[in-house]
Design a protein around this ligand. Sequence first.
Ligand SMILES: [Zn+2]
Ligand SMILES: [Zn+2]
Length: 229
Amino acid sequence: MKENITTIPINDLFKPKDGCPICRMEDMLEKTYVDFIVGDAMMEPNIRIETNRKGFCHRHYSKMFAAGQKLPNALIMESHLKSIIENVLPEKPGSKPDKKALEKIEELNRTCYVCDRIDRDIHHLLSTVLSEYVKSDEFRELYRAQPFLCLNHYALIMRDAMGRGGIKSKNMADFHRDTYNLTKNYLSSLKEDTTYFCSMFDYRNRGGDFGKSKDVIERNIEYLTKEKP
Ligand SMILES: [Zn+2]
Ligand SMILES: [Zn+2]
């Protein structure tokens, strides 16, 4: 890939203030890698070796199918199938079952080239978020002004903040408070909207206005699972 994706200015990623900023970072990485796999990566044998070994999860096969032409998708699959036949399945049928082969299959089911790249890159981006939070007043304001942090990413960024090269102890109380508020405030408002939504089914409220609670089931599913219903 031409530019290093992890050097994109973190301010630009936080400016849109639309949903969870780390979800947005992941979406950006995901789109870049999916387009890359069915595009430029076709010419890079090293990438093919890795995709042959790891394969893809259902979500990413589907995204590649939607984003790419049919031939690149089929070529990736052909070479992955060849690699499974040659490297994963036991060679001698009928002999003693090969435990190692089973472990390889189970390993293959757990890995995805795109998921793994996102996992790795997101930690680079988060380390920039943490260092910007400490050194830039402007970024700290932008961080606090995010609509929310999803539950998954609350845990992810707090783990990184607490880990090596994370947030120094003198900044931890501020960082923890700001991060906690982003998650807790949204959870509370989602809970409030959900309670309101339920109350609208009471006969005393018949014909009343659902207001902003009307899409609360959809918002719960998206918030709690990261997938749109
Ligand atoms: Zn998120
Ligand atoms: Zn995946």
